[in-house]
Design a protein around this ligand. Structure first.
Ligand code: ASP
Length: 345
């Protein structure tokens, strides 16, 4: 009997030890996953699509490189000086909106009517406050109006003329829609329209024909531990009927939550909306406890392709981990973390 009891005690203490060591392993894994890798950081994208380094000239590659560098450096300086993630996101996006290189602000793709119809959104991960505008054509920097909607209205998404009227109440100087139109984008939409007549191509063929999507986005973590995300776009070339994509839709093209991450997407908007991509990444982290990398990979390499969509995202979490993944041929992107700048085309 004594021996039997001793055996039971031995088995129990062994089981407890096993249990403790597996708990310790789990704890270590969580600690590694949750280790702060940087106090602040920033990432940007300049659109995903059918871009190959080989397909663009050296001078164009240099132009993209320099503009991405200028934009992200602006945001990084703001963060370095203790500025907020929201401010960094807004001002970084402004640099790209003002450049004709990207599909946002000046140089945005044009609709079937050959007009600019711009969309943008911004979200503060601390408060879950958000603002967005869709289909505006007189706002030089749509991300600034999205910010105004977030800060100074009771709404999240304003569209078209109404959004522009709101802009006037916030003392925005409106620009003529012709400001946004570049020769390149005019030719682009006219070429798509010609092809459309020939073979019933739809608006997304602009990518298949070799034109990138080109939306811009930014995600940031500031020194106060707050996350923010923003996205600004002209949408998709040759769009009709007031089409609006994922970029101004909170949860689809943009999402930020201090509990999880900040995400900005680029790609075929209809699928990003159907997959609620940006929020899905956050939800996988919150409810399934996936790491940022795991969550992004699941959505970009499994869920989106299964649905038929393509594109990419940039994302950052509270710990300063940055993830930039895409299932298209390329994505203009850059990250700045711990004084290390990476620019990839
Ligand atoms: N997602 C954008 C849209 O569908 C396009 C892009 O990312 O370039 O409007």
């Amino acid at each position: 009997m004594k021996r039997f009891l001793l055996l039971i005690v031995l088995i129990l203490s062994f089981a407890c030890k096993e249990n403790r060591s597996s708990l310790n392993a789990e704890k270590n894994a969580t600690e590694i996953k949750n280790k702060k890798v940087a106090n602040y950081g920033i990432a940007i994208h300049g659109g995903a699509g059918y871009i190959k380094k080989e397909n663009i000239s050296d001078s164009l590659e240099r132009a993209y490189h320099d503009k991405l560098k200028e934009a992200i450096t602006k945001g990084n300086e703001i963060l370095k000086n203790g500025g907020s993630a929201v401010e960094a996101v807004k001002q970084t996006i402004n640099v790209m909106e003002d450049s004709p290189l990207f599909n946002s602000g000046k140089g945005a793709v044009l609709s079937h009517a050959e007009t600019p119809e711009l969309d943008a959104s911004i979200m503060d991960g601390k408060t879950l406050n958000a603002g967005a505008v869709a289909g505006v054509s007189t706002i030089k920097n749509p991300i600034n109006l999205a910010y105004e909607v977030m800060m100074n209205s009771n709404h999240v998404l304003l569209s078209g003329k109404g959004a522009e009227n709101f802009a006037k109440t916030r003392n925005f100087k409106l620009v003529n829609p012709s400001y946004f139109i570049t020769e390149k984008q005019l030719k682009n939409v006219q070429r798509i329209k010609q092809n459309e007549n020939k073979k019933q191509a739809t608006f997304y063929n602009n990518d298949i024909n070799g034109t990138k999507f080109g939306t811009v986005g930014c995600v940031a973590l500031d020194k106060h531990g707050n996350l923010a995300a923003g996205t600004s776009t002209g949408g998709m070339a040759n769009k009709k009927w007031g089409r609006i994509g994922d970029s101004p839709i909170i949860g689809s093209g943009t999402y930020a939550n201090n509990k999880t991450c900040a995400v900005s997407g680029t790609g075929w908007g209809e699928y990003f909306m159907r997959g609620v991509v940006a929020h899905d990444i956050s939800a996988l982290m919150e409810y399934k406890e996936l790491s940022l990398q795991e969550a992004v990979e699941k959505v970009i390499y499994e869920k989106q392709p299964k649905l038929g969509g393509n594109g990419g995202v940039i994302a950052i979490d509270y710990f300063g981990n940055i993830v930039m993944e895409f299932n298209t041929l390329g994505m203009f992107r850059a990250s700045y973390i711990n004084d290390k700048l990476i620019i990839e085309i």
